[in-house]
Design a protein around this ligand. Structure first.
Ligand code: SAM
Length: 264
C-alpha cells in the first residue's frame, strides 16, 4: 500500500525526475568524513544518496507512520541514525558533532523556526543546504530590494545565504501550489558581525525598522519610544534619508544605526 501523505506535516516528497536529487548532491558537495543532519527524511529519497556520500546521517522525522518505511530501507546501514521527534523539540547540541552539515527538504510550515534553530546551533553546524518555498528562499538570500526582511538580516548577521536553483512544483508528490528553491546558508567562522554589535541590540533595531513594511524607517523606529525629531537627526548623521525603508538598508548601515541610537 502506498504512503498517504499528510498535509499537516508539509509532506511533499521529492520524486527523482530530471535528477533534482543529483543536483542537490552536486551542490551540497558532501565529503566522506562529514556528518549530516537531514530534517524530515520522508520516505528517504534524499537519505539514500546522503548515506552513499557521508560518514553519518542523522535523520529527524516527526511522522511515526514513516518510521517503519525508513527502518526497513536503512536499518542495515550503520551510518543511518533515526530520531523520531519534532525537530523543534530536539536538543541538537546533544546529538550533533562539530562541523555538521544540514541537507534537507524541510517541512515548509516551520521554515523560519527551523532556520532560527539552525542559527542557534551554529556552533555545531557549518553549512545548511535547504529546500524551501521559492519566495522564502528569495527573501532569505535577497541582497537588496523589497524581499528583504528580518529573516534576511538574521541570516546575514550569522552567515551568507545563497539562492542556488529553483525546483518546479511538478517534481514533488503530491504536487504543491508553488515552486521550491534550494538555498545554502554558510555560517561565518569569524563572528564578523557578532563582534561588532551584540545580537539583542542589533535585532532590537532591525525588528523595529521592519515592524510595518508600508511605513518608512522614521515611523517604524518611533515604535521604540523615540521622538521623530531625534530619529531624523540621528539618521541625518548616518546619511540615511528619513523616507528610507528598512529593506533598502545594508547590514552595515543597520549596525551603524543601532550603535548610533544606543549611544544617547
Ligand atoms: N525529505 C523528503 C523528500 O524530499 O522527499 C520529505 C520532505 S517533506 C517536504 C517534509 C518532511 O518533514 C516530511 O517527511 C514530514 O513528515 C517531516 N516533518 C514535518 N514536520 C516535522 C517536524 N516538526 N519535525 C521533523 N520532521 C517533520
Amino acid at each position: 500500500m502506498s504512503f498517504k501523505h499528510k498535509k499537516k506535516y508539509g509532506q511533499n516528497f521529492l520524486t527523482d525526475q530530471n535528477s533534482v536529487l543529483e543536483k542537490i548532491m552536486e551542490v551540497s558537495n558532501i565529503k566522506p568524513h562529514e556528518e549530516i543532519l537531514e530534517i524530515g527524511p520522508g520516505e528517504g529519497a534524499l537519505t539514500e544518496l546522503l548515506l552513499e556520500k557521508a560518514k553519518k546521517v542523522i535523520c529527524v522525522e516527526i511522522d511515526t507512520d514513516l518510521e517503519k518505511i525508513l527502518r526497513k530501507k536503512f536499518s542495515e546501514n550503520e551510518k543511518f541514525n533515526l530520531v523520531m521527534n519534532d525537530i523543534l523539540e530536539v536538543n541538537l547540541d546533544e546529538i550533533l558533532a562539530p562541523h555538521t552539515r544540514v541537507v534537507a527538504n524541510i517541512p515548509y510550515y516551520i521554515t523560519s523556526p527551523i532556520i532560527n534553530k539552525l542559527i542557534e546551533n551554529r556552533d555545531k553546524i557549518d553549512e545548511a543546504y535547504l529546500m524551501v518555498q521559492k519566495e522564502v528562499g528569495e527573501r532569505v538570500c535577497a541582497t537588496s530590494g523589497k524581499e528583504r526582511s528580518v529573516l534576511t538580516l538574521a541570516v546575514e548577521y550569522y552567515g551568507t545565504g545563497e539562492y542556488l536553483f529553483t525546483i518546479p512544483k511538478e517534481f514533488f508528490n503530491p504536487v504543491p501550489k508553488i515552486d521550491s528553491g534550494f538555498i545554502s546558508i554558510k555560517f561565518y567562522d569569524d563572528k564578523r558581525y557578532e563582534k561588532l554589535i551584540p545580537e539583542d541590540i542589533f535585532f532590537k533595531y532591525v525588528k523595529a525598522a521592519f515592524s510595518n513594511k508600508r511605513k518608512n524607517i522614521v515611523n517604524n523606529l518611533s515604535t521604540l519610544g523615540l521622538s521623530k525629531d531625534i530619529i531624523k537627526e540621528k539618521l541625518e548623521t548616518l546619511n540615511i534619508s528619513s523616507n528610507e525603508r528598512a529593506e533598502n538598508l545594508t547590514i552595515e548601515q543597520f549596525i551603524n544605526l543601532a550603535k548610533c541610537f544606543e549611544n544617547n
